[in-house]
Design a protein around this ligand. Sequence first.
Ligand code: DX5
Ligand code: ZN
Length: 218
Amino acid sequence: MNTPLIAPSVLAADFANLQRDVEMLNRSAADWIHVDIMDGVFVPNISFGLPVTAAIKKHAQKPLDVHLMIVQPERYLEAFRDAGAEILTVHYEACPHLHRTIQHIKSLGAKAGVALNPHTPVSVLQDIIQDIDLALIMSVNPGFGGQKFIERTYERVRQLAALIAESESRAIIEIDGGVNQDNAPLLYHAGARALVAGSFVFSAPDPEATISNLKKVW
Ligand code: DX5
Ligand code: ZN
């Protein structure tokens, strides 16, 4: 893979025109559609839930990359899989039985991801990295779009890329929060292979061109 996968976040879409915005993503160079689920408990904000995810799925021609920012995500894995999730990412900080939760996701036939808050050392993934398909490093504190990228993220990506290489894991590193045209190439060269972008894409005058440009990392 010599360009990053781009996963625009519909959190920044126009919710009154979701079909229009999902169709724009279908036409674009986006690889996945990132779906942010917030419960007002794990994070201090509520986004949307199962019916909206299913409505997105109805129009989406690209895989839904569902990021569960919720407590006890194991209670909802099957429901989000049924709503159309192809990737299900849970937070390390929300899962006391993470290994079991990962196996549960896989048993549903979905790809399994684990997300880390900015303060959680990447080394906590050491004993699970071979079991997961995706490791998501939050580059802002989860809960809101449009926040400033945390610069420490580059070093975290390098550390996690080293951990993945040592363990011969096939997990890919995804970055979420404050991604833009300036940091995307640097993140890719540090080892990230999937980039989530919300406000940078949807507030751009030409979102489709913006998505294509995010793939240009050389
Ligand atoms: C934040 C979400 C992100 C968010 C990114 O909690 O997980 O996916 O939509 O938005 P931007 O790209 O605007 O930082
Ligand atoms: Zn997200």
